[in-house]
Design a protein around this ligand. Structure first.
Ligand code: GLN
Length: 543
């Protein structure tokens, strides 16, 4: 039977609970345990799919088509375990499920209440589908004390009692702030946060204390005493040089030992950390560096392109180079910023996924620059669509080429998809369909042309990648676009939907309708990112 590790956060948000959960899972996995991480989000949206990236950062898409919290990306990148729909549950979805059941009359006249109905539903989500696991790590979003997270706290409190003794533990992540004027680390916020937690019936077994300065032994003992945990279970967590240094750092501080200890597991093998040693070696000893310009829309908030940021770095790890990313607001090019001056220093240009017309002309102009100047170009999702519109306008003589996403057009080189095949059968949508959860979502297969550039990069002609989009490149424009040099080298298996375009006569020019960044791992960089950065390294030797 799986053991449960419940992870809560206190004092402030943004303490890196997700990274902590991912790192702990990686350490347990390195000892041979089978792990899965789940995230509970207390907000009332059914999923983050309709939230602005500014609100919530990137929407991470799973193979099975769920739109989830970006922490699931960390979980996958650190463990290689593919996340599923059932690994991210919001309070909105819990209530949606309950209310639908209530309307059907399934509660047989009972009054539907937070306890037990909501808490039961949360417990059912936590325990579903866990038979083949040694550890399930459940991260509760938000901070202890939030009104919204109360049902989740209550549910994990109950679950701790429902499970056999020694089957679950609580890890609480807190902040130990440094007060410069006093030159001291302060433990009071941690004490308050643990008091809040114990008032909900949850006594943490382990405290992970984020701090900017080393935690003196005296303070560690003080936290232990006031918070009713063993001193060894107060784990200091200093800021790390890189997120991929976190597993080893937490291991050095004894986190995984303490977790196993709390479960009474004494015979676990030492963790095999060579995978992380190799990543750190590549990261700390680069043999060169490249600069990639990412021309997008949500450039003010790094979290909006979290997986992309990581995947570009993985491409760097594959080539043993440091990747500098320059985030460029596409809209500035429409407001008169000098495009050539901004893009000339770049060794590669990437136009990422996005929604809406804002900045699109700047993106299209950036594609043109990359094409004409032979700079490696990578277009992802909207970026591929922009590459096709650029190709249509400037190499195929279709001056009015556009996408129906930006309004009515006489030349819909990119258009709304209204029908496509999925594992569940034919999917149909119209322009009036709900916005939430109605895109082409999740893993879909594609067939690559045998002798294409991308088939060489993948070393395969059958691939599967994750999608999240509503519009598609219109295959009706294939002929003029290919005449202009933009080759459709990857298609959906039925041959109707363009998945990949490339320019074989260019040093590196690839557009993909899917999101390869979602599947890249530091220990297994995605081939497209590895190849793109390799091309950027070549470019850096030319300029
Ligand atoms: N807005 C485009 C579409 O819906 C692209 C989406 C994306 O880049 N993820 O098709």
């Amino acid at each position: 039977m799986a053991r449960y590790i419940f992870i809560t956060g206190g004092v402030v948000s943004s303490l890196g609970k997700g990274l902590m959960a991912a790192s702990l899972a990686a350490l347990l996995q390195a000892r041979g345990f089978r792990v899965r991480i789940r995230k509970f989000d207390p907000y009332l949206n059914v999923d983050p799919g309709t939230m602005s990236p500014y609100q919530h950062g990137e929407v991470y898409v799973t193979d099975d088509g769920a739109e989830t919290d970006l922490d699931l990306g960390h979980y996958e990148r650190f463990t290689g375990v593919s996340a599923r729909q059932s690994d991210n549950v919001t309070q909105g979805r819990v209530y949606q499920t309950i209310i639908q059941r209530e309307r059907r009359g399934d509660y047989l006249g009972a009054t539907v209440q937070v306890i037990p109905h909501v808490t039961d539903e949360i417990k059912a989500f936590a325990t579903a589908d866990t038979d083949d696991l040694d550890f399930v790590l459940c991260e509760i979003g938000g901070t202890v004390g939030d009104i919204e997270s109360l049902p989740f706290m209550e549910a994990i409190r109950q679950l701790h009692n429902d499970l056999d003794r020694g089957q679950s533990i609580f890890v609480h992540v807190t902040l130990v702030p440094y007060i410069a004027a006093a030159g001291e680390l302060k433990t009071k916020p941690t004490q308050h946060s643990v008091r809040e937690l114990t008032s909900l019936g949850i006594q943490p077994d382990i405290l992970l204390c984020r701090c900017e300065h080393p935690l003196p032994e005296s303070e560690r003992k003080k936290i232990a005493l006031f918070c009713n945990v063993r001193p060894e279970a107060v784990i200091p967590a200093l800021d790390a040089s890189s997120i991929y240094a976190v597993p080893q750092q937490y291991h050095a501080e004894g986190l995984d030992d303490e977790v196993l200890n709390a479960f009474g597991i004494t015979n676990a093998p030492a963790p095999k950390l060579d995978r992380w040693d190799d990543i750190m070696d590549r990261q700390q000893n680069p043999e060169g560096e490249v600069t990639i310009g990412v021309v997008g829309k949500y450039v003010g908030l790094l979290d909006a392109y979290k997986s992309l940021h990581e995947a570009l770095h993985h491409g760097g790890l594959a080539n043993r180079v440091k990747v500098n990313i320059k985030w460029i607001d596409a809209e500035l090019f429409e407001k008169g910023e000098d495009l050539a001056a901004s893009l000339e220093p770049m060794h590669g240009i990437l136009v990422p996924g996005g929604f809406g017309v804002r900045g699109s002309e700047g993106k299209i102009a950036s594609v043109r620059f990359a094409r004409e100047r032979n700079v490696p170009f990578f277009g992802i999702c909207l970026g591929m669509q922009m590459a096709c519109i650029e190709g249509a306008r400037n190499t195929a003589g279709i001056a009015n080429a556009s996408t129906t996403e930006f309004g009515e057009t006489s030349e819909p080189v990119v258009g709304l998809i209204t029908e496509w095949m999925s594992k569940e059968g034919l999917q149909k949508r119209t322009a009036e369909t709900d916005l939430g959860g109605t895109m082409r979502l999740g893993a879909y297969p594609a067939k690559l042309t045998g002798n294409s550039v991308v088939a060489g990069i993948y070393n395969a002609t059958d691939i599967s990648e994750r999608h999240r989009h509503r519009y598609e490149v219109n295959a009706g424009y294939r002929e003029p676009l290919e005449k202009g040099g933009l080759i459709f080298s990857g298609m959906s298996p039925d041959g109707t939907l363009p998945e990949i375009v490339e320019r074989p006569d260019h040093p590196w020019f690839v557009g993909v309708q899917f999101h390869p960044e979602l599947k890249s791992k530091p220990f297994d960089p995605h081939p497209l990112f590895a190849s793109f950065i390799e091309a950027a390294v070549k470019q850096s030797r030319l300029v």
